[in-house]
Design a protein around this ligand. Sequence first.
Ligand code: HPA
Ligand code: ZN
Length: 340
Amino acid sequence: MNDALRHTLQQMPKAELHIHIEGSLEPELIFALARRNNVALAFESVDALRAAYAFTDLQSFLDIYYAGASVLLTEQDFYDMTRAYLLRAQQDQVRHTELFFDPQTHTARGVPMEFVINGIWRALQDAQQEWGMTGALILCFLRHLSEDDAFDTLELALPLRDKFIGVGLDSSELGHPPEKFARVFAKCRQLGLHLVAHAGEEGPPAYITSALDVLKVERIDHGVRCLEDAALTARLAHERIPLTVCPLSNLKLRVVDQLANHNLLQLLDAGLVVTVNSDDPAYFGGYMNDNFIATFEALPLTREHARVLARNSFDAAFLDGATRHKYLAEVDTFFDGQPA
Ligand code: HPA
Ligand code: ZN
């Protein structure tokens, strides 16, 4: 790729909408927190941990991801993890970020819900004050656990309702279809929470359809398997349901065998509101700009695609009208003011 396009990808304003904050824990920070908290790790060293990041599918990743998250105990730990991510995102010209967090991973170990939410929240507040970065939290239910467990988790979080804007659904997809969480999502909808769900990463297009029809989600996380169903693809385009696509994640979890075979360009050509995101950047080999650069190197994507992807990231974000308008204007000024 030429230097001008690389520079454009690096410098354009963007939003990140699919990042699991626990997936931003770098091995060095995992070891530092393990020492600070006297938590025993199954790995001898940072290098040994990194060497274990050879995933074959989603589950092989999740096993290590949950082990890594076991070092998080105090509110300060959640603050430090989030602060590190936000600093890194700021370097990539991320202006707005919607962070997924997995409370059940922590409450199951006896960590109070308020440590989790308040630590992440405080880091977002500081980033807004210091750099004007905006952000919000989305509480994810772990789909390998029961719906009753999700209800219990929601109840624990409701005293902190003003600190998260929505709920999502993540963890092991196959065998855990969206329908399993119909009642708890209906409850969240009544509460006025935004709704999203992972669907169509490893799972079939039918999971995307039921996320829309049963859970009534506003965005689909991943969703790359939608192209197997032409009617569903047309519907996603017509209803302008955004897909938060994560190219390096798809590569590392073998959803695609190589980035050159990623369907991101076909998704764009089908008229879908596609966004690019990092998912779990510490585990999948890259943050936002790494995802953009690797994808643009592998596929015949142009500067005009970069502009569409930057605009889509703000169009798909849960922003108020004025803030969305401000960010979209910033994207347009960036592209109009730059030689092509
Ligand atoms: N898919 C499902 N669950 C997850 C992921 C993912 O990519 N990352 C963290 N939890
Ligand atoms: Zn994800």
